[in-house]
Design a protein around this ligand. Structure first.
Ligand code: ADP
Length: 739
């Protein structure tokens, strides 16, 4: 149990501010008791005048008034704003000195009263004033012990001094005087006890006041915080009330305790209908995703906010997609006190998403259908073209007159153009769909130019054009890139330059930029030129410089489009400069990576095929199309080789096992068993391991070639095929397995 001492000890630790306040209390106390003190002084001065004379009385009055006035003047400064933490020590010192002076002055008057009245009455008067002065001084003990003690000590010292003086210089003390002295000691003791009790009392009051004021400050702070919270809560309530999203407050178990207006509008439930119901029971239905519901329930465990999407059912039974944000609110103990759910209607967004994904699927299906259609068309056109071009090829060699020869050659050229158009369209479709892959292999740059130039040189010289090649700066011998696609671009630019030039020259200028590692190619001609306003248009699909270009020069307007797309795909570009009637320049730039020289596997210029290789060869032709079988028979029958035909894949497998041919020319699209499957079955047969299988197909994509090689074939030839190409292909692949 706390005693008053403990309480005092615990509460008497003063702060600087409190010391100021207590000094001010002391000053107030002194000021308030000034009138009572003045009355005492008046009585004392009257006694002095009565027993001495006016002058001594006046002198005493002046002394006491001056010291009292000085003290009050000082104390007035203390009670006013003059006192601060900075000057507290100074004021306390001044007050202490003033108290000392005043106590001495009062003691002088008490001493006069002690001696002047006759008999024992002087002592009585003096002791009465001494007692009163000591009690008044002691009242300040609780506020400023130092000043109070100065007063008390001076008064006590004065009385003691007076007794000592009497004992030292007077006669032997009488029993009455001794009793008086003892009574004074007793009175001192009793006054002392009283003052100590008073001091404690006032200290307790001071401590209580301090406690009260601290409590008051705490309370004020709490009130302020509460007010802030209330304001914040009012704002939140306002926001929640007027939010565009539905706001639902529920207990941790999901029982709704509050909903806003938007919730009522969105769901059709009034707040009375909603409050008290469990959210799941009210809003979830058969299409609500159970996983999303589990996620929401999981908030009770994790105590973390989540966001999810699910289907809610409104009062009318209509489904709504909502995005739910769940915020668990925790109390001081960290437990969930309530859950705030904010729900946003995203039905329109979801529908849009579904439409978009349906549109995407439709677009993908469309693109796939387009690719399939083109692939089928390519195959279907190439198959009869094989007959047309092949037969025309045979026709030329059958001893026609000159006019007939021109007719047959025109058939072949038209067939080639048709196949070129198919190739271009397939390339363009792939480029548009970003499905065309470019290679990155090391190749000899110069031989790429040489092959392109040597292919077109005969055409140029037929037209009487000079085909020149110059290096403006040395080009690297080996680079990595796609040589096939580079050649395709060069052939297109060179082919156009020759096609659109009737006299003069075609000049190819190549250079290499060391800094940007870029190859630059200019194909310059002295041909018809292009009008300035048509220059960009010629790079568009199916676009030509003039409306009569096709009639005059042929072509479809796809070559430059494909070339530019290819150049861009490889990180470069193609631009053109031209003036009508004066010729054109096409500029190709292509970033390429220089590498250490590789073996120059440059293509040999087309040479006459060594037909010797056919001698004694057993060739199995797996082909379901009658015309194509006839064509190959005509191509090969005059050579010293043994031809066998199989009309489907299964027959091809059987024939391969029985006759053990050296070479199989394998069509891919065949009844019963396609070319791939037939190849796989043949390859399973150990006795057939050395047979050379060459695909001869109208499926002309790189992916088709890859598939054939993966199935176990050795070579790949595409239809329509001319005799020369077939012989070359057999001559190239046939020795492969025998090696
Ligand atoms: P194509 O040559 O098959 O028509 P291109 O896309 O290769 O298709 O060329 C588009 C058009 O650009 C050509 O039809 C022609 O009008 C014009 N053109 C291309 N190269 C030249 C050139 N060197 N001189 C004049 N016109 C050209």
């Amino acid at each position: 149990m706390n005693t008053s001492h403990d309480y005092l000890r615990s509460t008497t630790r003063r702060s600087g501010a409190e010391a100021l306040r207590l000094l001010q209390c002391h000053a107030v106390l002194r000021q308030r008791s000034a009138t009572a003190r003045s009355l005492c002084f008046f009585v004392g001065i009257s006694i002095v005048i009565h027993h001495t004379n006016v002058w001594i009385g006046l002198a005493a009055a002046v002394l006491i008034t001056v010291t009292e006035a000085a003290d009050l003047y000082l104390l007035r400064d203390v009670t006013r704003a003059g006192l601060s933490l900075g000057n507290y020590r100074k004021f306390r010192k001044l007050c202490t000195i003033s108290a000392l002076v005043q106590a001495i002055a009062s003691s002088v008057i008490i001493a006069i009263i002690w001696v002047v009245p006759p008999g024992a009455s002087g002592h009585l008067y003096a002791l009465a004033f001494w007692g009163a002065a000591t009690v008044y001084a002691g009242m300040s003990l609780g506020y400023n012990r130092q000043i109070a003690m100065v007063h008390i000590c001076v008064y006590c010292a004065a009385v003691m001094a007076m007794y000592l003086f009497e004992l030292s210089f007077g006669a032997t003390p009488t029993p009455g005087q001794i009793n008086e002295f003892l009574a004074v000691l007793l009175a001192s003791y009793l006054i002392g006890i009283g003052l100590i009790a008073m001091e404690r009392q006032s200290k307790m009051i001071v401590a209580q006041q301090r406690e009260f004021s601290e409590q008051k400050v705490r309370l004020e702070r709490m009130n302020d915080a509460l007010e802030e919270k209330e304001k914040y809560a009012r704002k939140l309530a306002l926001v929640a009330e007027n939010a565009n999203d539905s706001v639902i407050i529920s207990t941790p178990r999901g029982v709704i305790t509050w909903v806003n207006e938007t919730f009522c509008r969105a769901t059709g439930y009034t707040s009375e209908e909603a409050i008290g119901r469990r959210m799941g029971d009210l809003l979830n239905g058969e299409e609500t995703d159970p996983q999303a519901v589990q996620e929401i329930i999981g908030v009770i465990e994790t105590k973390k906010p989540i966001r999810t999407q699910l289907i809610n059912y409104v009062k009318s039974g209509e489904k709504k997609w909502v995005e739910v944000s769940i915020f668990p609110i925790l109390d001081d103990q960290g437990e969930i006190s309530m859950i705030i759910n904010v729900e946003r209607d995203i039905t329109a967004q979801k529908e849009h998403e579904i439409q978009l994904s349906q549109a995407r699927v439709a677009a993908e299906e469309g693109a796939r259908a387009k690719t399939d259609f083109l692939a089928t068309m390519s195959h279907e056109i190439r198959t009869p073209m094989n007959g047309i071009v092949g037969m025309a090829d045979l026709l030329i060699q059958s001893g026609l007159n000159d006019e007939q020869k021109v007719f047959a050659e025109t058939i072949i050229q038209s067939g080639d153009s048709l196949v070129q158009i198919i190739n271009d369209i397939l390339d363009l479709t792939k480029l548009d769909a970003d499905k065309l892959d470019v290679e990155s292999v090391p190749f000899a740059l110069m031989s790429c130019f040489e092959t392109s130039l040597s292919l077109l040189r005969p055409i140029a010289s037929d037209k009487g054009l000079e085909l020149r090649f110059s290096e403006t700066s040395p080009i690297p011998s080996t680079v990595t890139g796609d040589p096939g696609r580079l050649r395709q671009i060069l052939l297109n630019l060179l082919g156009n330059a020759i096609k659109f030039t009737s006299e003069g020259e075609v000049h190819v200028l190549v250079g290499w930029d060391e800094n940007s590692h870029e190859l630059s190619v200019e194909v310059r001609d002295t041909g018809v030129g292009i009008a300035l306003e048509r220059i960009e248009a010629i790079f568009e699909k199916f676009s030509q410089a003039e409306s009569d270009t096709t009639r005059k020069f042929g072509g479809t307007g796809l070559g430059l489009t494909i070339s530019r797309l290819l150049a861009e795909k490889m990180g470069g570009n193609i631009t053109a400069k031209s003036s009508l009637g004066e010729g054109s320049s096409f500029f190709l730039t292509l970033p390429l990576t220089e590498v250490a020289s590789v073996q120059d596997n440059k293509e040999e210029p087309p040479a006459e095929t060594n037909v010797e290789v056919l001698t004694g060869l057993k060739i199995l032709v797996a082909e379901d199309n009658k015309t194509n079988r006839l064509l190959i028979d005509k191509y090969l029958s005059k050579y010293d080789c043994e031809l066998t035909f199989a009309e489907d894949g299964a027959a091809a497998v059987a024939a391969a096992k029985s006759i053990q041919p050296d070479v199989i020319l394998m069509d891919i699209s065949m009844p019963k068993l396609n070319g791939h499957e037939a190849t796989r079955q043949i390859r399973k047969e150990p006795t057939c391991a050395s047979i050379v299988i060459i695909a001869l197909t109208a499926n002309a994509f790189q992916s088709d070639k890859d598939e054939c090689i993966a199935a176990g074939m050795d070579g790949f030839l595409t239809k329509p095929i001319k005799k020369r190409d077939l012989l070359k292909g057999i001559a190239e692949y046939a020795p492969k397995r025998q090696q």
